[in-house]
Every structure is written in structure tokens, then in C-alpha cells.
Design a binder for this molecule. Structure first.
Ligand code: KG4
Ligand code: ZN
Length: 342
């Protein structure tokens, strides 16, 4: 079964073709980061308009790379939410229209389900059940994943998401948007232990997070220092140390409390090298295993959406028989625990 995946929830247009027999055949991506960086953040209306420009050429490119024809596609999966309403509408309307024209099933996928399942695209892949740390620009959650569509929220951020904290701190340090990767690169020049920032909620006894205080602590630190290039790097490292320690500490606590032996990390911040190194080292001492998506599938992409669609169709054949009437909806806000089980 060949599934076309379309992701347009935020500032990346992602398209992919996933074949249930042969795996991922192709994926194409256009990032709008350069366009939005001028404004220091994503401008929703510009995002929607750019998705319209990119999505059809990307679909053609994905088909060409996979050496497949449109008529060979068996199902379409698009990101139904959560995300920017106007941006989501682009993927949903093109997915529904193509599905109607081809008379094939169309599935609306939860963006975070895409992220959660993305480590299964890599080898070795984790088996269900596992604990997932979902760390993106908009979300920071610890989940227990029993199977496709069966997600239990263990804890989440009470304020800023981890990626948002990286981005805001990067901005305070004069780095561009989104600053997570740039902050991480700068931190590599930082001197360990020079500054110590708080570890918010590390010992709160639950699986919730808080990152807004950390950003404020960085601001206070910046205001007290003569800012040299070296100081910026030292502060970047101090921030990253604090964020990583909290993310790793809570993830390991969730893993050990669950009695499970697999941890999965997904979302853009999952690309962070220090987070990966810390988790890998600590999980190994527990005799457990940690799984990461390929770097290119950590941030938003179409492959995770095509894959989630394929998993859902495989889990429930009736979805494939569902009548396709060309109608579609998007959900700008959508709780992952509220999604259907296949
Ligand atoms: O999953 P994603 O692409 O988009 C959302 O769904 O939010 O995540 C983007 C987030 C941004 O906040 C970005 O700064 C962060 O991931 N990020 C990183 C790194 N690469 C991307 N944060 C820390 N270290 C990185 N290497
Ligand atoms: Zn995302």
C-alpha cells in the first residue's frame, strides 16, 4: 500500500511517499525559515500562502524520486492538527481534493502522533509499549505509548515548550530564529560550570516541566555580565545544561516508574546533541534502550505523516474502505489523548 503524506501545520511543507512493503520511498521538504526569520517568528498568513506555492511541486518531486505515478497512490494522509489553522487548511484541502479525484481514502493525522511514531522509521525501531519524550517548538510532553492511537499523557510543560525556551534564549543571546540549533552550536564553545542556572521542577515529584523561569534566569544573567563572545557561549552552555538535565531527569524517572525498558525521543529538540548524549549514557546504566528519529525526521516532515497514515490503515483495514466524500476539517487545537484508536 502506497501512502502519500502531506505536512503543512507550521513553517515546513513536507511531502513523502511511504510504501508498507518497501518503506519510505521518498520525502521532500521546503522550510520557510528564511522567510519568517526576518520577523523573528512564524507569520501565519505568510506561512499559509507559501504552503500553497510549494505543496504541488513537492508532491510531483516526491513522486518522481520514488518513480511512482499519482494513480498508484492508495491513500493520502495529511496533518489535520494541531497547528496554524490557515496552514493546516492547505494540506487538508489538497489532500481531500486529490483523494476525491483518485477515489482513495484520506486520513487526517495528528501532528504529534507523527512525531511520536517517527522513531519507528529508523532501524533498529522500538517495539510497543514505550515511553516517549516529545520535545518540539510547541510541545514538551512525556507519554506512555501502548500502540498506534493509544497514548497516555504522563506530564507536560506548564508554560513554555522546551524548543520555545531554546528559541527565546537564543534570541536573548543575539542568535537568529529558530535558535535551538544555533544555541547548541554556540554552547560547544562554552566553558563548563562557569554559570549555574536553576533546574526548574526537577524534583517536583511529577512529570511536568517549566521552562519560562529558566529564560528569565538567563536574562538576569545577561544583564549582570559584560557580554563577550566567550560569555555568550558560557551562558548558552549553562542554559543547555539546565534544560537537558531537566528533560533527561524527568524522562528517566518516567521510564523507571513505568517499568518499561524503551525510551523514544521525538520532536525538533530531539536533534540536540547534548540531550542525546546525556540520555544515551544514563539510559544505558539502567539497562534500557533509547531510540531517536533520524535527524531529518526530528523536525517537521512529511515522512512521519505518511508513516502514521500507513500505520493507521494497517491497524484498521476499515479505514481504507471509508467513503471519501471530499470533505475535510482541521483542528488548530487538538489534544493527543482525544484522538481515535484505529
Ligand atoms: O518539531 P519541530 O520541527 O517543530 C514543532 O513542531 O514545533 O521543532 C522545532 C524546535 C525549534 O524550537 C528549534 O529551535 C528546536 O526544535 N531545535 C533544537 C535543535 N534543533 C531544532 N533545539 C535544540 N537543539 C537543537 N539542535
Ligand atoms: Zn512538529
Amino acid at each position: 500500500m502506497l501512502v502519500l503524506g502531506i505536512e503543512t501545520s507550521c513553517d515546513e511543507t513536507g511531502v513523502a511517499l511511504y510504501d508498507t512493503a518497501h518503506g519510505l520511498l521518498s520525502h521532500t521538504l521546503y522550510s520557510q525559515i528564511d522567510m519568517h526569520s526576518e520577523y523573528g517568528g512564524v507569520v501565519p498568513e505568510l506561512a499559509s500562502r507559501d504552503h500553497i506555492r510549494r505543496v504541488l511541486p513537492l508532491i510531483e518531486q516526491a513522486l518522481q524520486t520514488a518513480r511512482r505515478e499519482l494513480r498508484q497512490v492508495d491513500a493520502i494522509a495529511y496533518t489535520q492538527g494541531p497547528g496554524l489553522a490557515g496552514a493546516l487548511l492547505v494540506g487538508a484541502s489538497i489532500g481531500a481534493a486529490m483523494g476525491f479525484a483518485l477515489n482513495i481514502p484520506v486520513l487526517g493525522i495528528h501532528h504529534l502522533e507523527g512525531h511520536l511514531l517517527s522513531p519507528l522509521l529508523s532501524k533498529p525501531a522500538p517495539d510497543f509499549p514505550f515511553i516517549a519524550l516529545l520535545v518540539s517548538g510547541g510541545h514538551t510532553q512525556l507519554m506512555r505509548v501502548e500502540g498506534v492511537g493509544r497514548y497516555e499523557l504522563l506530564g507536560e510543560t506548564v508554560d513554555d515548550a522546551a524548543g520555545e525556551a531554546f528559541d527565546k534564549t537564543a534570541k536573548l543571546l543575539g542568535l537568529g530564529y529558530p535558535g535551538g540549533a544555533a544555541l547548541s552550536a554556540l554552547a560547544r564553545q562554552g566553558r563548563p560550570g562557569l554559570f549555574k542556572l536553576p533546574r526548574p521542577m526537577l524534583n517536583s515529584g511529577d512529570f511536568n516541566f517549566s521552562f519560562s523561569g529558566l529564560k528569565t534566569a538567563v536574562l538576569t544573567l545577561i544583564n549582570k555580565q559584560a557580554m563577550t563572545e566567550q560569555t555568550r557561549a558560557d551562558i548558552a552552555l549553562a542554559f543547555q545544561d539546565a534544560a537537558v538535565e531537566v528533560l533527561a531527569g524527568k524522562s528517566l524517572a518516567a521510564l523507571s516508574q513505568s517499568g518499561l525498558s524503551q525510551l523514544v525521543v521525538a520532536g525538533g529538540v530531539g536533534a540536540n546533541r547534548q540531550l542525546r548524549e546525556t540520555l544515551s549514557a544514563r539510559v544505558a546504566t539502567m539497562g534500557a534502550a533509547v531510540f531517536y528519529p533520524e535527524l531529518e525526521f526530528c523536525t517537521d516532515n512529511g515522512a512521519m505523516i505518511a508513516f502514521a497514515g500507513a500505520m493507521r490503515l494497517q491497524a484498521d483495514g476499515r479505514q481504507a474502505e471509508r467513503a471519501n466524500d471530499g470533505r475535510f476539517t482541521v483542528k488548530a487545537r487538538w489534544d493527543l489523548e482525544m484522538i481515535d484508536q484505529p
